[in-house]
Design a protein around this ligand. Sequence first.
Ligand code: NA7
Length: 556
Amino acid sequence: MEIKAKSNSVEALGPENANDVDVLIVGAGFAGLYNLYNLRKLGFNVLVVDAAGSVGGTWYWARYPGVRVDIESVEYSYSFSEELQQEWSWSERYPAPPELLKYFSHVADRFDLRKNICLNTRVNSAVFDEAENKWTIETDTGRKIRATYCVMATGFLSAPNMPEFPGLDQFKGETFHTAYWPQEDVDFSKKRVAVIGTGSSGVQCISEVGKNVGQMTVFQRTPSFCVPLRNCPMPPEYEKSVKENYAEWRRLEREEAFGGFMACNFEPAERIRTSALDATPEERLALYEDRYKSGGLAMYFVYPDVFRDKAANETLTKFLQDKIRERVNDPELAELLVPKDYPALLRRLCADTNYYETYNQDNVSLVDVRGGEIEFTETGISLKGEEYEFDSVIFATGYDAMTGALTRIDIRGTDGRQLKEHWEDGARTALGMMSVGFPNMFFINGPGSPCPFYQPVLLGEDQGGWVGEWLTTMRDKELSRIEPTEELQDEWINHCTEVLNNSLFPLANSWYVGRNIPGKPAVGLAYVGEPSEYRRRCAEVLPSGFEGFKLSVLQS
Ligand code: NA7
């Protein structure tokens, strides 16, 4: 049922003036725009606010040199509209922010979304008023917005991690962070540049800056496993074949873990069901070579026991280690770049473009941070007794993933409890979507969801679909308050912990398990189980009569 815009609607008043809404969505990235589209279609009065100057979420901010999404464009895009899927053409296999932002802009215009979006507005706090059953949201522009429901589409890799390096305030050179790069180009061609961090952002940035830099020194604490991205212009016959079979592509993407990046050699990857240890060495090598040749994240589509069994994983780890050695001229340097302390794929695989080859340049060097701590001086960096001088430092130190964007907002639920404190010992959610004590607040791609192992664009659509179903059912029943029970939340946390402990993921210090941030607890961060199991459980909420949730008109 489509409900016509009322005189007090966001559309009638304008997104700058509407301060009493049904749903406030925080974030105008992939998840925020889809949730706006869906909830508005369902007749809710919806306002989106975002700190950025345009739609696009993370892709608005992270414009560092070399940045590009490492999931194929045909997959990293909306599935909710067949017309959109058919009419949009990606120019490259892996798009960079300018093209992603054009796509966002097209989506915003095509579905007439802008009239519900207020940009350049950062949410500072959200406080739940129990008597009124409403959230009060305060922004950095001094606005106070009242909303019955909040949808937090704040992104799981959007809150930059800036470690507290001793002496940083003394450093007189220029500094950059990959997660909030200046909008204009930066010229490093005559500069002495330090890069700290060698995750996906660092790997991309180092390769691109290395093309035209005076001198670059990379400070590496943990080497990454990288495979070639193999970006190229979109082959027309590939685009055509995907568009002819988009429904099937999307079905397969949603089917199992890492399905969101299954494209392999320009078709859906063959799903392997057997153990790596049952294959002959020749069979294993042929499979690994095939995935390596395909490029990008197809490497995730190998034997499923590489995520569960150390011996199985070792076969792949060794393959990837040898590939690194082949690409670096200096054997000693190669050994520094080869990860040896953790099994492959348990931290996010990086997809690179000439990353290792960059170290073959005379003006690029690598410093091993392990065994020391980076300290800043007025002129550069001091580490393990060595002094280094720099004009510019690039921090590629990643994100406070999964929870950071939420806990950096002062969110206060029932009894004044603060989300940040409530999650101090680990994020606690029911189905990765709601938290006890924070009624009517939904997390999209939040902690306890499988977003890193699924595909955030599709998960945003799935979760948005459930939020839409739940809210319309509640509206039909004249209910306006929803909160999970402690039992459901405990059960979900226990399930997340159990599947995590049955996998190899705890063996690596990754943002999946919170170990990229000192002191961050690993509880409830990412659900490493099968996305199909996750989807099954969420889809059951409505048919089960909201089992595990407390619903009421006001406070129960
Ligand atoms: P990542 O993958 O978390 O990488 C951050 C890098 O920064 C990593 O190499 C860290 O080393 C390094 N780091 C962080 N703090 C420090 C300190 N204090 N000293 C030295 N080095 C440090 O973030 P990205 O932005 O690259 O990628 C995030 C995701 O975006 C990626 O996984 C894809 O999904 C897309 P560490 O590993 O902690 O030893």
